[in-house]
Design a protein around this ligand. Structure first.
Ligand code: ZN
Ligand code: ZN
Length: 124
């Protein structure tokens, strides 16, 4: 795999490689998810780190993702933002109205997705 694979700027502050599956570099990304992450980044004015974007089936199994995870169809991203309280980050994300938001307090990250079905909220 060449280092430059997916090294494509897709928004001012995001590269496609940030969303690629870490095991195979394959990637799917829905434009609606990207648009909402751009909105989040613009609101925060500090970097948003994508800790897990697209996952191939094998990688999703490896990390213990749910079957039919939205990560596997490019509709979900897990994010971390430094120097911001997770509750504050959650409030900002609620205002952007991601359809799915998972709050992972211990691991200090949020799962965000643009699922086409009704809203979902959960905590771990
Ligand atoms: Zn993979
Ligand atoms: Zn997730």
């Amino acid at each position: 795999m060449l280092n430059s694979t997916n090294n494509i700027k897709i928004a001012k502050d995001f590269k496609l490689s940030e969303f690629a599956c870490p095991c195979c570099n394959r990637v799917m990304l829905h434009p609606k998810l990207l648009a909402k992450l751009v909105e989040l980044r613009n609101n925060l004015e500090i970097p948003v780190y994508v800790t897990s974007g697209y996952r191939c089936f094998e990688h999703n199994q490896k990390v213990g993702g749910v079957v039919n995870s939205y990560h596997c169809i490019g509709l979900a991203a897990d994010i971390k933002v430094k120097d911001i309280n997770l509750i504050t980050l959650l409030e900002v994300c609620e205002n952007i109205d991601f359809n799915g938001i998972g709050f992972y307090e211990k691991k200090n990250f949020l799962h965000l997705d643009v699922r086409p079905t009704r809203r979902a909220r959960w905590r771990e």
